[in-house]
Design a protein around this ligand. Structure first.
Ligand code: ZN
Length: 185
């Protein structure tokens, strides 16, 4: 749960810390605004991906399923700045599939908390394996990190790419090749 009072106090301190006047008109409501915004952008902390991934349908096919270009927004836990981009998910069903919107919802659950991109990628793959028990899963995340583009090395547009392989994707490289072909890479 977000502790509004604590967040508001902290934001006031932060504003004072950078030399701002917390009582000026433009800032007076900022602590409250940020506390309410955190409900949303860190709302994933209280959610469980299983809620979405356990609603499965039975299928005969074990053909690869790909959901690509899932837009997400997350927050870097080192700088509390946004990182955002696209997630691409593939899995090989073992008798069970989920509705495609559930994959996007799963990305949201893990994106809406303080994160590292590598960890986000792995958590999505692990949730698929745990709740759907597919033969394998592959998750690829491409993102731009504000902590790299608005400060520090300042390389606008540079993308960080992370990959997590589970199950048959770890042992059969042809599956990964097919994933990249279907992604158009
Ligand atoms: Zn960062």
């Amino acid at each position: 749960m977000i502790d509004h009072e604590k967040v508001e106090q902290a934001v006031r301190l932060l504003l004072e810390g950078i030399g701002e006047d917390v009582n000026r008109e433009g800032l007076i409501d900022t602590p409250d605004r940020i506390a309410r915004m955190y409900e949303e952008i860190y709302g994933g902390m209280e959610e469980d991906a299983g809620v979405h991934l356990m609603k499965t349908f039975t299928v005969e096919s074990s053909e690869m399923v790909i959901e690509k270009d899932i837009t997400f927004y997350s927050t870097c836990e080192h700088h509390l700045l946004p990182f955002y981009g696209k997630a691409h998910i593939a899995y090989i069903p073992d008798g069970k599939v989920v509705g495609l919107s559930k994959l996007a919802r799963t990305v949201e659950v893990f994106a809406r908390r303080l994160q590292l991109q590598e960890q986000l990628t792995g958590q999505i793959a692990d949730a698929l394996m745990e709740y759907m028990q597919p033969k394998g899963a592959l998750v690829m995340v491409e993102a731009e990190h504000m902590c790299m583009t608005m400060r520090g090395i300042k390389k606008p547009g540079s993308q960080t790419v992370t990959l997590a392989r589970r199950g048959v994707f770890e042992t059969d490289p042809t599956l990964e090749e097919r994933f990249f072909r279907m992604l158009g890479r």
